[in-house]
Design a protein around this ligand. Structure first.
Ligand code: PGA
Length: 248
């Protein structure tokens, strides 16, 4: 199975900047054992779809609404993204925090993605307060359990789950392999307990949070890690390139 490296652009790059950046991305080497996915803002998806070298990069969205259509001002549904993107990020901590997305809603979004043949990348992770109270694994297990509740075993086998400690996102503070490893193990074990051994071994488990070229190798060496979710460093082509190289 290829290693999955996700670039989450968050709220960066207008159309013009997207064209310029895609041009840079298309010049990069993507190692043969890496599946690289670019997740631009909604407005940039079509431009990226038309200009990204599809032999090197797949496309993902950063969010999707849980219902397929309706009177929902300002939202974009998974049904509308169908055919345009391969992946969608679901339940990112910035959406949990800033938009009040809770576990039930995230479970509905996971189902919407699957229903529309888009592979969801579920984000889970504990706050700094949770970590101080030794609750990291507990919080993550609860999120995984609640967020996957509408999916069948075979569906769970097709998804990715990114462990993103909230305190490590955008802070420059990367979690250590000693902190990451037990949570990765707990995620896979939870999937196995709830959905069986096959789902447990085929679900892809990623790490995200201040990933940079320097930390990539040691994170990728952690047992059970299948890839990375990269925010800030994915906006700088040479850094992203170095991450792809180090992860390969
Ligand atoms: P970061 O973001 O790499 O900038 O910390 C990661 C994420 O939020 O997915």
């Amino acid at each position: 199975m290829k290693k999955l490296i996700i670039a989450n652009w968050k709220m960066h790059f207008n159309l013009h900047e997207t064209e310029i950046f895609v041009h840079k991305l298309n010049k990069l080497d993507v190692p043969a054992n890496i599946e690289a996915v670019i997740c631009p803002p909604f407005i940039d998806l079509q431009t990226a779809a038309k200009t990204l070298d599809s032999k090197k990069f797949k496309l993902g969205a950063q969010n999707a609404h849980q219902t397929d259509e309706g009177a929902v001002t300002g939202e974009v549904s998974a049904a509308m993204l169908r055919g345009l993107v391969d992946y969608v990020i679901v339940g990112h901590s910035e959406r949990r925090r800033s938009f009040g997305e809770q576990d039930n809603l995230i479970a509905d979004k996971m189902a919407a993605a699957i229903r529309n043949q888009i592979k969801p990348i579920l984000c889970v992770g504990e706050s700094l307060d949770d970590r101080h109270h030794d609750l990291s694994t507990r919080v993550v297990i609860d999120q995984v359990t609640a967020n996957l509740k509408h999916l069948t075993s075979s569906e769970v086998g097709t998804i990715s789950i990114a462990y993103e400690p909230v305190w490590a996102i955008g802070t420059g503070e990367v979690a250590t392999p000693e902190q990451i490893s037990p949570v990765i193990e707990a995620i896979r074990q939870t999937v196995e307990d709830l959905y069986g051994e096959d789902s447990g071994s085929s679900v892809r488990v990623l790490y995200g949070g201040s990933v940079d070229p320097e930390s990539t190798r040691s994170i990728m060496n952690i047992e059970g890690i299948d890839g990375l979710l990269v925010g800030g460093a994915s906006l700088i082509a040479p850094k992203f390139s170095a991450i792809l190289e180090a992860a390969s």
